[in-house]
Design a protein around this ligand. Structure first.
Ligand SMILES: C[S@@+](CC[C@H](N)C(=O)[O-])C[C@H]1O[C@@H](n2cnc3c(N)ncnc32)[C@H](O)[C@@H]1O
Length: 344
């Protein structure tokens, strides 16, 4: 007999699902492995998944030995961590940090499903600037893969994407800090322009800051991702038709990136982390940092140079960029820069 409570899933229009909520197959990789493979072959990241970047380069640099103690400061989907745990092969220990309370429990389950247990790893839902809270004397290897995960980017309810409607939030930890729509309310026109330039080199910063402020002055408070996208569209409306759509996409990506950096205080926490980092490395310990935009990379480069000048690090390397092949198969890797250092 048919289950009366069963409701048919709403069919999406066209041949492929476009919205995050329609991509139920991609969000159930165990059940729909063919779909996952098809999506990845096309160079896309399946919804709800994150593909780790420059894994071979990182693993070859770390050269993990049995019984070592490591930490993944940005565990995300656990892609890098799974590989590092495999290298440890149930010896030593891996700590994993992430500030995202929504994704971290899923990562724990995922790592457990690969056969790793709390004897192999410990997860900490904290900001990496609070690394001191992890009860370990020193680490042999430390990884930071900065920025947001694909799971955060793709889920419209988190507010990181302008491609779908959702609340304009953009917090990696929704329990801490101020959501983006309130930040926009608090910032003056000048401060918005400054934020767009400093955090994302936005070319139309002046026009976008002006349009956002005009909306506020008229009593229209931007609450959602699509509302902000509409305001950016108005700010760019004078551009020639031939370039408008391309420029709009780029400007919207940069505006959302700038807001995300502001909301999550990304420069401040990275600066704090970089100051503490050398103290947490054992002699000969290795650190690898993957960054995704020039502001972040500049901070890492400066900190590493300072530590080598002071004799704290014995060697530094980078920036190393992903291979053409990796970028082809995973376009989200295109702006990655890897810097590494070894403690004296
Ligand atoms: C690019 S993803 C990492 C993906 C991961 N390497 C993998 O292979 O699945 C970055 C992750 O770092 C987290 N994150 C970013 N900044 C953080 C911070 N300051 N403290 C803790 N976690 C942070 C984000 O929540 C996100 O899950």
């Amino acid at each position: 007999m048919e289950d009366k409570n069963h409701t048919r899933r709403k069919r999406y229009s066209g041949s492929y699902p476009k919205k995050f909520s329609e991509k139920y197959k991609e969000q159930n990789p165990d059940k729909y492995i063919d779909t996952i493979e098809k999506v990845m072959r096309k160079g896309n990241t399946p919804a709800g998944m994150h593909r780790p970047i420059m894994v071979e380069e990182i693993l070859s640099f770390f050269d993990i030995k049995p019984h070592e103690i490591g930490i993944d400061l940005t565990i995300g989907f656990g892609g890098h961590s799974k590989e590092m745990l495999e290298k440890l092969n149930h010896t030593g220990h891996l700590h994993g940090i992430d500030q995202d309370p929504l994704e971290l429990p899923k990562t724990k389950e995922r790592l457990e499903s690969y056969g790793f247990t709390t004897r192999d790893f410990t997860l900490h839902q904290i900001n990496f600037k609070d690394l001191d809270q992890v009860n370990e004397k020193g680490f042999d290897f430390i990884l930071a893969d900065l920025g947001v995960s694909s799971m955060q980017l793709d889920d419209p309810q988190r507010g990181f994407t302008f491609r779908e409607e959702g609340p304009l939030d953009l917090r990696m930890n929704p329990n801490v800090g101020i959501p983006a729509h309130i930040v926009l309310l608090q910032l003056s026109e000048f401060k918005i322009e400054q934020m767009l330039v400093e955090n994302a080199d936005e070319v139309y910063a002046k026009q976008i800051a002006h349009e956002i402020t005009k909306e506020k002055q008229q009593g229209h408070f931007i609450q959602t991702t699509q509302e902000l996208y509409k305001v950016i569209t108005s700010a760019l409306k004078q551009l020639p038709k031939a370039i408008l759509s391309e420029e709009l996409k780029k400007s919207a990506s940069r505006t959302f990136q700038a807001l995300r950096i502001e909301v999550n205080k990304e420069y401040e926490v990275l600066y704090e982390l970089l100051e503490k980092l050398p103290n947490h490395l054992n002699p000969g310990g290795r650190v690898a940092i993957l960054s995704f935009h020039s502001g972040e990379d500049r901070l890492v480069k400066k900190a590493f140079k300072q530590s080598i000048n002071e004799g704290i690090f014995k060697s530094i390397d980078g920036p190393i960029i992903p291979s053409k092949d990796e970028v082809y198969h995973n376009p989200r890797a295109r702006s990655a820069k890897l810097r590494t250092a070894i403690k004296a």
